[in-house]
Every structure is written in C-alpha cells, then in structure tokens.
Design a protein around this ligand. Structure first.
Ligand code: F3S
Length: 390
C-alpha cells in the first residue's frame, strides 16, 4: 500500500503533465520513499549532485544524463569533477578525458545544475538550521547535518538530481528529529588545545571506524568550524557517519537535551591519533579535502609567503571561494603551488601519477590509497608546506 501523501502538484507531475523527465524523476523519489518508509515528500532548499566526475560515472552515466530534459527548480550545485574547467591543460589532464568531462558538465548545465563543482556548497549558498536539503557528497552531508543543523540524507547522484529537478525529497532518515539522536558517546581524553585541522581529520579517521553507521556524540573537544569539517569528512570516509554532535559546540548538541544514558561510551586517547602522523617520503602534497575555506587559503598563503615549492603542491577550493579571495590565491601561486577549482585530489585522474602523496585531511588519508593507488601521509598544514618547500 502506498502510504506516501502526495500533493496535487505531485500527482500532475506523475501523470506526465510536466514532461517525461520530471515524471521519471518523481517516480524515482516516490520509489525511494516507499523503500525507506517515507510518509511524504519534503520541500528542499538546495541540492548537491554527485556523479559529476567522468572518472566515476563513465560513458554509461554520460549517456543517461543526455536522455534527461528538465531544469532544476531549486539552487543546485555539482560535486567536484575530474579537472579544473578552465585550467585542465595546466593540470596535465589528458585531452580525451577533458572532452568527456566537458560533455558531462554540459549535460548538467542543460539541466540547470550550477557549475560550482564543490563539496563545500555551504560557502557559496546560505544554508540554515532546520533546512531540508538533498545533498550527495558525504563530507558536505556531514557538515550540513552536524555543523549547520540542516537536514539531509546522503543522497546518491540520481536521487539528488531528481530532488533538484522536482524540488522535493522523501522525508525519512535524517529529515526526522527522532533519527538524529546520538547512538554512541566518544570521549576524547587528550589535550587538544594545540590540535590542528589535520589532528581533527585524524580523529575522524579513527572515530569513523569506531562509529560505523552510528551517530556519535563527542565530548572533550572544542573544534572550530574548519576542524569540524575535517572531523566529519574523515568519519564519513572510514565509517558511514552522516551526522555527529559535539558537546557544547554543534547546534543540536546545544539546543536539544539529548539523553546519553545507556549509550556505549568509547574513550579515545591522544596516542591513538598521533601514531597516524608517520614521516614517509612523498612526491606531491595536496590540501583542500574538503575544499578549502577562506581561512584555510589565508593560512596556506601566510605559510608560503616568500617561499618556492620544490615538489608539486596542489590546493583545492570552490571557484567562488577562490574568486572572492583572489589575492590570497595569487600569493599561494607565486610560490609555484597551484590553486585549482572544480576538482580534487581524489576525483582527478592526474593524482594517479604519484606513488606517495602528503595530505592534511583524514578523509584523503582514507581515500588516496584506493582512489589514486598511492601511499598517503597525513601532516599538519605547516608540515605540508615544509615538505613541499624544503
Ligand atoms: Fe571533497 Fe574530494 Fe575530499 S570531493 S571531501 S575534496 S575527496
């Protein structure tokens, strides 16, 4: 029995009155809702669509996109693609790949998806507490749910695209307050006052394995927003954590009186984090996973000022963030480092040329070995710049 309540406008779309693509997309959302027991659809404020790199979707995905004919009805952005659109030659991307990637981008553009190819859409489009979203990329989902207090499941590429074209998503999972309560307490027993973004990424790398798909509640840490971004991104990579809370810091931990009684509690000590920082030789350094914030770009520029890189140093950020901080990006590039938009160290095929890559991200530490077939080393941003310039 279909228990999902649909509005008259949805019935019209399902009857094909607004074209075949919107009809197929709404059918997909209704089918998803039935699988997950949703009782209704909910209007979304924005969508973030994965399946954007030709490296991941290939020819089949490109052909499927080319069959669609509708326009997004809410602000929607793409996940990072396999190359910086305007500078792919400079990055050394193969021409055949570039043409295929451009075809994928053109297909999304035709559908009205914004070409800000980023995993940090929250720096570009206002997203607020309680907003319902249909976002795909795991770190963006984690940030939206945990740091902003918005509500999104981790959508697959087609589900997010369907939501962008319809303006709604099935209301289940993390859209419902009852599913957002902590399921595990992680007590960090360490002096974290000198911890960097990389340390919180390493904590996330470790904690994701402990949490699996549970919602952790952290105590004993006071991360800032960039550190929260790193923590959540890594937990979504080594676990399937789409929402976490930090005592006294994240909005729901502050506003909602969670009952932690009876929850499993795991203690994490500083040695478990510090041993991840191994000094191994690398051939390239890549930072900006997730894409850099303005503050992270400024920090990199400050550290690079007056220096020249002696090995490739890649910095990744959203195009809009780079444009708004162009002088900072120029300072970074004066050193020989490159600040690239649209892509990242994991989705670009270019990183596959290196056998060992240094990162300051727990998520990249987890993904680089599989996605780039390279050894990954994690270090602080100071250490990354030192290695790239010594
Ligand atoms: Fe973003 Fe790529 Fe990292 S999508 S989170 S920079 S792997």
């Amino acid at each position: 029995m279909n228990r999902m309540q649909l509005e008259p406008e949805d019935e019209r779309v399902l009857a094909g009155e607004e074209g075949e693509t919107r009809q197929r997309m709404l059918e997909l959302l209704v089918a998803l809702g039935k699988v997950f027991g949703a009782e209704q659809l909910v209007r979304i404020r924005s969508a973030q669509v994965s399946g954007a790199s030709y490296k991941t979707i290939g020819e089949y995905g490109l052909q499927w996109l080319s069959t669609l004919d509708a326009r997004a009805v809410v602000p929607a952005v793409l996940n990072p693609i396999g190359m910086p659109r305007g500078r792919w030659q400079e990055m050394g991307v193969d021409e055949d790949f570039a043409q295929k990637q451009q075809a994928v981008v053109a297909a999304y553009e035709r559908l009205g998806i914004g070409l800000e190819c980023t995993c940090t859409p929250y720096y570009l489009h206002e997203t607020g507490f309680g907003d319902h979203l249909a976002w795909s990329e795991s770190s963006a989902v984690s940030y939206a749910n945990s740091v902003i207090g918005a509500r999104t499941n981790r959508e697959g590429g087609p589900g997010a695209l369907a939501a962008a074209l319809v303006g709604k998503t099935p209301c289940y999972g993390l859209h419902l307050a009852k599913n957002r309560r902590p399921q595990l307490v992680i007590r960090v027993q360490a002096d974290t006052r000198d911890w960097s973004i990389a340390h919180f990424g390493a904590l996330g790398y470790h904690a994701g394995k402990l949490a699996g798909n549970r919602i952790p509640f952290f105590s004993g840490i006071t991360p800032d927003r960039d550190q929260l971004k790193a923590l959540g991104a890594a937990m979504a990579a080594t676990g399937a954590v789409a929402l976490y809370h930090v005592e006294g810091i994240t909005p729901e931990a502050v506003k909602v009186p969670f009952d932690l009684g009876g929850l499993e509690t795991i203690t994490v000590e500083s040695d478990e984090i510090r041993h991840l920082f191994k000094e191994i030789p690398v051939e390239a350094v890549a930072v900006g996973c997730p894409h850099c914030s303005p503050a992270e770009l400024e920090e990199i520029a400050r550290l690079l000022k007056g220096k020249l890189v002696t090995m490739p140093l890649y910095v990744f950020a959203a195009q809009g963030v780079i444009e708004a901080n162009q002088r900072v990006a120029d300072t970074i590039e004066k050193s020989g480092a490159r600040v690239f938009a649209d892509t990242c160290m994991v989705v670009s095929p270019v990183m596959e040329q290196y056998e060992a890559i240094m990162v300051n991200s727990g998520k990249a530490l987890a993904y680089v070995p599989d996605m780039c077939a390279a050894v990954a080393r994690i270090g602080t941003i100071e250490e990354c710049v030192k290695v790239a310039t010594e």
